[in-house]
Design a protein around this ligand. Structure first.
Ligand code: MV4
Length: 447
């Protein structure tokens, strides 16, 4: 096992990793930018190191500064959390070259699954359903037109290096396809330095169902069941839950086994999330694979009782997975509400500033993952998520009531947060019924 892990992140996920280390008897090293120098969670780590100024490029994305911090503190591993460098294969490779364990997949596996064209190829071989479309990257617009003729419009052009909604264009005719190819390619070239694009059938109404998986370095891989993340706005998830509501048990097994098969075939080690779109007939198609721990991982922890962050650390140190697929028995229902320092009544503008009052909820079945305490100052430099409120209950209806109760107890002043929005969503007939599609929340917010 590692003796000291450097946590290459900030905020709630940094605290989450520090806690996992402590429970495993491993020392942790926190890093911070100048904007985070007074963050209270730094005290929970065994050591902390300043890695640069507020700007993320100069701190949390600064590879030489992170490696230097690991070397100075004699850390033997780095946990990247999510965002920042978590899915940067170059960073994983630099860690390996510096004899630091990257707590995540190998750079090769990350690159293979992170590139959507090669990921889709891998999925086809593993008999995981993918959208009909081009076999690989599109070189010539003629090719794209031929594909569209075969599968029918609408189609979607996606950047192979994209993800989370960046570098995508929907096309409903030849003309839009020509324009979409150029636009997606240019956007991808500028954003990722890789202009490769592909074309597939566009599914209009669907749900976002993702499967949590984890593999070890001995060829074992399991799934930890699925989450529904359809409640989203501008590709930012707002509510996540597990299990996904209104899925037939047979379909559920099918989608979860497909995901685990993909991860196993890729000889993947570490945590991965396999994302799917599911249509109203419960047909599912691969979207992409996230090769990191996700914001919403606690939803799965609550229904399975498995500590995903601890397990990531153990498999990264070479331990075999401590459970088999048949040992994983999900119970009850879990919901997560993302608490963002944003004003939903003003187009979700971020609200930085000092939190004078912070009274998080508690009681049975409530989990609050946050780095915030009273008098914490939310810096304007980073993501606006200030915490995650989760509940676990016997079934979905009780989980919704428990969340409504927890949100009632929750008081944050004076900055605006998404708490008030979540209170309304817990009473929204569409959400309460369950099984909404990925456009539901945006339609609701327009009303
Ligand atoms: C799609 C799609 C419909 N059909 N692919 C958006 C983010 C990226 N992960 C893929 N995305 C989509 N891909 C096909 N073939 C619709 C979306 C999509 C979406 C997916 C998941 C959650 C929210 C979304 C919002 C808009 C579009």
């Amino acid at each position: 096992m590692f003796s000291r892990v450097l946590v290459a992140n900030r905020g709630e996920i940094a605290l989450r990793v520090i806690r996992a280390c402590k429970e495993l008897g491993i020392e942790s090293v926190a890093v911070y930018s100048e904007a985070d120098k007074d963050a209270p969670y730094l005290e929970f780590a065994d050591k902390s190191v300043c890695i640069g100024p507020a700007s993320a490029t100069k701190s949390y994305l600064n590879i030489p500064a992170l490696i230097a911090a690991a070397e100075i503190t004699e850390a033997d591993a780095i946990h990247p959390g999510y965002g920042f460098l978590a899915e940067n294969a170059h960073f994983a490779e630099v860690c390996r070259d510096c004899k630091l364990a990257f707590i995540g997949p190998s750079p090769e596996a990350m690159a293979l699954l992170g590139d959507k064209v090669s990921c889709k190829k891998m999925a086809r071989r593993a008999k995981v359903p993918v959208f009909p479309g081009s076999d690989g990257a599109i070189e010539d617009p003629k090719e794209a037109i031929e594909v569209a003729q075969k599968i029918g419009f609408p189609v979607i052009v996606k950047a192979s290096a994209g993800g989370g909604g960046r570098g995508m264009r929907i096309a409903r005719n030849d003309e839009e396809l020509h324009a979409g190819l150029d636009a997606a390619r240019q956007e991808a070239e500028a954003a990722f330095g890789n202009g490769a694009v592909y074309v597939e059938k566009f599914l209009e109404h669907s749900r976002h169902v993702e499967v949590q998986c984890i593999g070890d370095q001995h060829g074992n891989a399991v799934h930890l069941y699925e989450r529904d993340c359809s409640m989203q706005r501008r590709h930012q998830k707002v509510i996540e839950e597990a299990p996904a509501p209104h899925i037939d048990p047979k379909k559920r097994e099918e989608v979860c086994r497909s995901a685990a098969r993909l991860i196993k075939n890729a000889k993947y080690s570490g945590a991965a999330t396999v994302e799917f779109l599911m249509d109203d007939k419960q047909n599912f198609y691969l979207l992409e694979v996230n090769t990191r721990v996700q914001v919403e991982h606690p939803v799965t922890e609550l229904i399975t009782g498995i500590d995903i962050v601890q397990t990531m650390i153990r498999v990264s140190a070479g331990e075999p997975l401590p459970f088999k697929q048949r040992d994983i028995k999900p119970t009850g229902h879990a919901i997560e509400c993302r608490i963002n320092a944003e004003d939903p009544s003003k187009g979700f503008v971020p609200c930085a500033g000092t939190i004078e009052q912070f009274d998080p909820p508690g009681g049975p079945g409530v989990r609050m993952d946050t780095h915030v305490v009273r008098s914490y100052r939310v810096p304007p430099n980073y993501d606006s998520m200030i915490g995650k409120l989760l509940v676990h209950a016997d079934d979905r209806d009780q989980a919704i009531r428990r969340m409504a109760r927890a949100l009632d107890e929750f008081h944050v002043e004076p900055i605006h947060t998404t708490i008030a929005l979540h209170r309304e969503l817990m009473q929204d007939p569409g959400f309460v019924k369950g099984g909404v599609d990925i456009h539901y929340l945006e339609r609701l917010l327009k009303k």
